[in-house]
Design a protein around this ligand. Structure first.
Ligand code: ADP
Length: 524
């Protein structure tokens, strides 16, 4: 809903605000990230430079040790024994320290090829041994390949000493030299620790520089875009204002038109009711004509029979009770039967008419369709015992409750009409099957018979009022149209199926099941 609100109310969208917030967030993130990238590049560059420096320094000190310590010492003594000869050690120490003077080199170690520290600027480390496998970088340099590692402040180096500042630890092969300064053979490893405290400063500087540069470039871009967005926002705002006005007018118009439509609808409903009423009157007129015709015939028979009976009665009375003609007396019974039948026909026609006119006054309540089917069949068995005896009525009702909201009398009327029609359509020995099936929201009530079936041409017209295939005097054609009207009023539908004449017929009613919320009854 809020999403729709935004679309429908564009005036609430602040482009400048969104643009500014988003841009600042992007500038901040990008400046930080680019700063980090530059700082890393700078740091790599600095380390590379330091490694190069270490390389140059070690080549230099290698030569200096050879020139200023080894050659003069070997001239004086036969061999070099730093462990026991303090003088030799001091001389080497002096040579090293002279060369270290003024440089940012914190410590220096000289190893033999077994990993023994034969000299160090940290005197207490002399004599220490670092065995193979304990320090990979040292192992690599012993094998002739220089290696280095950055020791950050707070770490512990391979000799177990705590590193209080950031240092670059580089291992290089130490060579015996020829007189001309060229390398002869590797005799040990030189390790130096370079002070890298400058590195942190360099990184910070690089980060700041990159952040400022990116920030100002992006800031410039932001400002240029801001001017464009500002211009666009002004245009959009003007258009939005127009749109909002149009929308408001439209809303007002829609409201007015809705009111008009509602009024028109009311009028239409009124007219429709009137139309229905007049159509009903017209139907009743047609029905009345039909009825007059229908009732005229039985009444004529009744009158004829009554007259005949009267004449015979007069004749009997004139014979003073000695009337013995059996044939005449049988006619008596026959005439009385005709009178009774024709009178019942009139009654049925009249009650059909009453049902037809009563159908618009439903009385809705929660009813069980299964219950009504059982009641209807019981009523029919009571009213037409002879008819029922000739046919088999099979009832298969759903186990689940089939409750609907409906008028019990009208629903019963529908069932009676359908069962009576099936009676008329089935010969002696026919079968009528009544079933109920429940679906998710509906109940199906099926009336199937093995009767005469329905001509496909008649299927479309079967629910039309006064459509009948029965001979004059036998059917009015109102029954199914009453059924259709009642089911329609109950928001349901009635369908007919037949594969043709002689193949039986199926009437299928679908009605909405009563929901839990339907306890307050519909009023129709
Ligand atoms: P009526 O029974 O008075 O003719 P209805 O409206 O009840 O009026 O039925 C209309 C016509 O539908 C009947 O004349 C008959 O042709 C056909 N009909 C209705 N029910 C059946 C059925 N079960 N089997 C065959 N035809 C049927």
């Amino acid at each position: 809903m809020p999403k729709f609100k935004k679309i429908l109310h564009p005036e609430k969208f602040n482009l400048i605000l969104y643009y500014t917030i988003t841009s600042f967030a992007i500038i901040a993130i990008l400046s930080f990230v680019i700063g980090k990238i530059f700082a890393r590049l700078e740091s790599q560059e600095f380390i590379k430079r330091s490694e190069k420096y270490a390389h140059n320094f070690i080549s230099h000190i290698n030569y200096e040790i050879y020139k200023d310590f080894l050659i003069p010492t070997l001239k004086k003594s036969e061999n070099i024994d730093l462990e026991n000869n303090r003088r030799q050690l001091r001389k080497l120490d002096n040579t090293v320290r002279e060369n270290l003077y003024g440089l940012n080199i914190r410590k220096l170690y000289l190893y033999d090829l077994e990993g023994n520290i034969i000299y160090s600027t940290v005197s207490e480390h002399i004599g220490f041994a670092i065995h193979r496998g304990e320090n990979k970088k040292l192992d690599s340099a012993i094998n002739g390949t220089p290696a280095s590692a950055l020791r950050l402040a707070g770490t512990v180096d391979s000799k177990g000493t705590h590193v209080p500042e950031t240092l670059l630890e580089s291992y290089y092969p130490f060579y015996e030299m020829n007189k001309d300064g060229t390398k002869k053979a590797q005799v040990g490893v030189l390790e130096i620790y370079q002070d890298m405290s400058e590195l942190k400063k360099q990184i910070k500087k690089a980060h700041q520089k990159a952040t400022i540069m990116t920030g100002s470039a992006m800031g410039g871009l932001f400002f240029a875009l801001y001017l464009i967005v500002l211009k666009a926002a002004r245009i959009i705002n003007a258009r939005t204002r127009q749109l909002t006005e149009a929308r408001n007018t439209l809303e007002q118009k829609v409201e007015e038109q809705t009111l008009e439509i509602r009024e028109a609808y009311k009028k239409l409903q009124h007219t429709q009711r009137k139309l229905v009423q007049s159509e009903k009157l017209a139907s009743i007129g047609t029905l009345a004509t039909g009825l007059a015709h229908e009732i005229n015939n039985p009444l004529a028979s009744v009158a004829g029979c009554a007259e005949g009976l009267n004449e015979r009665l007069v004749s009997i009375l004139s014979h003073q009770g000695k009337y013995t003609d059996k044939e005449e007396l049988e006619i008596f019974s026959e005439y009385l039967k005709i009178i009774s039948n024709e009178t019942y026909r009139c009654k049925s026609i009249i009650s059909n008419l009453l049902n037809f006119s009563r159908q618009s006054e439903p009385n809705f309540e929660r009813i069980d369709v299964n219950q009504i089917i059982n009641d209807t069949v019981a009523t029919i068995q009571y009213q037409y015992p002879a008819n029922e005896a000739k046919r088999k009525i099979q009832i298969n009702l759903s186990d689940r409750p089939c409750e609907i909201i409906g008028d019990p009398q009208q629903i019963k009327q529908v069932f009676i009409n359908l069962i009576t029609n099936s009676f008329h359509a089935t010969e002696t020995g026919g079968e009528i099957i009544i079933e109920t099936k429940t679906k998710k929201t509906t109940v199906q009530i099926i009336f199937k018979d093995t009767g005469i079936g329905i001509n496909p041409e008649h299927l479309d017209r079967i629910f039309d009022p006064f459509f009948t295939t029965k001979p004059t005097g036998k059917g009015t054609g109102i029954g199914l149209s009453i059924c259709y009207g009642i089911i329609d009023m109950h928001s349901g539908r009635i369908d007919v199926f037949s594969e043709g004449e002689g193949k039986g017929a199926v009437f299928e009613i679908t009605l909405p099941l009563a929901g839990k919320q339907d306890n307050d009854m519909r009023t129709g």
